[in-house]
Design a protein around this ligand. Sequence first.
Ligand code: PEP
Ligand code: MN
Length: 336
Amino acid sequence: MIIQLDKKITGAQLKRLKEKLRDIKYSTTHVSTQYADYIIGVGKNEFDIRAIGALPGIRDIHRVSDAYKLVSKKWRVEDTAIKLDNGVELGAGRLALMAGPCSIESEEQITKTIEHLAANGVRIMRGGVYKPRSSPYSFRGLGIEGLQLWHEKASAAGIKIITEVMMVEQIEAMADYVDIFQVGARNSQNFNLLDALGEVDKPVLLKRGISGTIDELLQAAEYIFSNGNERIMLCERGIRTYETAYRNTMDINAIAMLKEKTHLPVIADPSHGIGLRRYVSPVALASVMAGADGVILEVHEQPEKAFSDGQQTLSFPEAERLYKRLRQAFELREMF
Ligand code: PEP
Ligand code: MN
């Protein structure tokens, strides 16, 4: 069960509530986020929800028997919207577009990408400065210096930064330069990283693991929420299946299902989802029709020269066409 506490609950009232829950053999976890305080009760016994809900100091009580609770739509029926301070809103009836290179490579590349994004009304730029690579000999990113340079240019243009954090130890140094922390597919169940991002007051985009189930993704998000951060987006980026014709199998099904199971915004990453440039557009459009709240795309001025993931990266003219079509698809969907 989830119990949202009244902001004015007294110490004595809280103690009484916990005693009541102990009486019915429920374990309790106190969750304190940037927005509210909750008690999560876990147990098997039947209980009278009215008897607990009527106790003083309680704002709201819900039965949620799934393993994930705070991220469940059973508890919060309204979709969560995440506001950034450049006016961009993610979720709740808006289409969020995020685009940029797989890796941040140079000052020139940053400048050209920002020009391209600004000209197309895209206000969130993606890019990796710490890159998880299958081979240790591949380019692994420009690190914190690259991020600082990128931040200087992006903030001057009113563009927000989403970038991957790979280790708990990187969070503090990155936090001043990052607007959205990305948790990559390979770290989707790095519970120490998720715990730590729960303590940061910055939005987190959590990717689905390479072989992660929908349930595992939701439970991973629960780690972040239950550690204090409600500003979470989930990202479908394709999963590993027996199909080898493309890099991953973009699980469009998951987008539709996640939209029903959680109130968190759901973002589609068709670039990694299929991994082949010429199919990125149709898969992106299908993701929006399936209910995605946003799309994250890899774009580069010269994709064939990109340091990483060039084969799935759109050129600027290709990306421009897609942004327009995505906005049209979104409008059409909202009319259904
Ligand atoms: C990326 O966004 O460049 C990336 C490495 O993504 P993923 O974690 O989904 O593979
Ligand atoms: Mn990539």
